[in-house]
Design a binder for this molecule. Structure first.
Ligand code: ZN
Ligand code: ZN
Ligand code: ZN
Length: 264
């Protein structure tokens, strides 16, 4: 639900909307009476992790959480030109059927859906009815499945991709560079490490988003301390942490984090 604009001086500034910043169970969790899950602070209410990027008028959706429809309604996301699935875990793929509304607006042309081999095979398994080049009937999703290239060149800018280890699979890390403003935005969610190549690609970014699951270590996600260490290596002026659990109270951790690093 949070919104920020990267670059304030141009009319065509890149926009990034955090549709959700919560871990796979969502916060509040079902049947949890902890201080964060019962908190009145709306910043402690977190939908599953995804972002919507507007790059010089091009609307790019990264992942579709189980509450994707509600996230679109709350954040007035009303246009979508291409979709990128970072990986096939349920908290990132489960809302894809609701892309049908955006498919209807495309005059019969299927929505480009970019992902890894793992992500594409998950889409094929869950949404076999949606794989087609042209939509046949209005009201149904129509996806053109494409392997995410290392560099996707578009009139509005480039989207680079790199692979981030996340347990047994690799997740797409994404680097957005807007042509008109030169602004650079990096999105590395769901990862246990940020490899040297991904760090190098992130250098010079105006804003970086990193997986910062919780204070304690986790086998497939970065802890807050691990994310801070990566942020200090990348040296972006502003880093946001996402995919947060109920172990993180927004107000308390906002005071504890080093300058230039904040919770999304
Ligand atoms: Zn996730
Ligand atoms: Zn809780
Ligand atoms: Zn995941």
């Amino acid at each position: 639900m949070l919104f920020f604009a990267v670059g304030l001086e141009q009319a065509s500034e890149m926009e990034v909307i955090f549709l959700g910043t919560g871990t796979s169970q969502g916060i509040p969790m079902i049947a949890c009476g902890c201080a964060v899950c019962t908190s009145a602070d709306p910043r402690n209410h977190r939908g599953r992790t995804s972002i919507h990027v507007v790059m010089d008028g091009l609307h790019i959706q990264v992942d579709a959480a189980p509450e994707f429809r509600l996230q679109c309604l709350h954040n007035r996301v009303e246009k979508l030109d291409l979709f990128i699935l970072t990986h096939g875990h349920a908290d990132h793929i489960a809302g894809m059927d609701d892309l049908r509304r955006f498919c209807d607006m495309r005059e019969g042309v299927a929505l480009p859906v970019y992902s890894t081999d793992e992500g594409m095979s998950r889409v094929l398994a869950m949404y076999p009815y949606a794989i087609m080049d042209r939509s046949v009937v209005r009201g149904y999703p129509a996806f053109q499945l494409l392997e995410m290239p290392t560099v996707l060149s578009l009139p509005q800018g480039t989207i680079r991709s790199t692979l981030l280890p996340h347990g047994g699979i690799n997740v797409l890390g994404l680097i957005f560079e807007e042509k008109s403003t030169g602004k650079k935005f990096v999105y590395y969610t769901d990862c246990k490490r940020v490899p040297a190549e991904a760090k190098a690609l992130a250098v010079g970014a105006d804003v970086v988003v990193l997986d910062g699951l919780r204070p304690e270590p986790h086998p497939t996600h970065m802890s807050i301390d691990e994310a801070i260490a990566v942020a200090h290596e990348i040296k972006s002026p502003q880093t946001y942490l996402t995919h947060l659990t109920h172990a993180i109270d927004h107000a308390m951790w906002s005071e504890k984090l080093p300058s230039g690093i904040a919770l999304a």
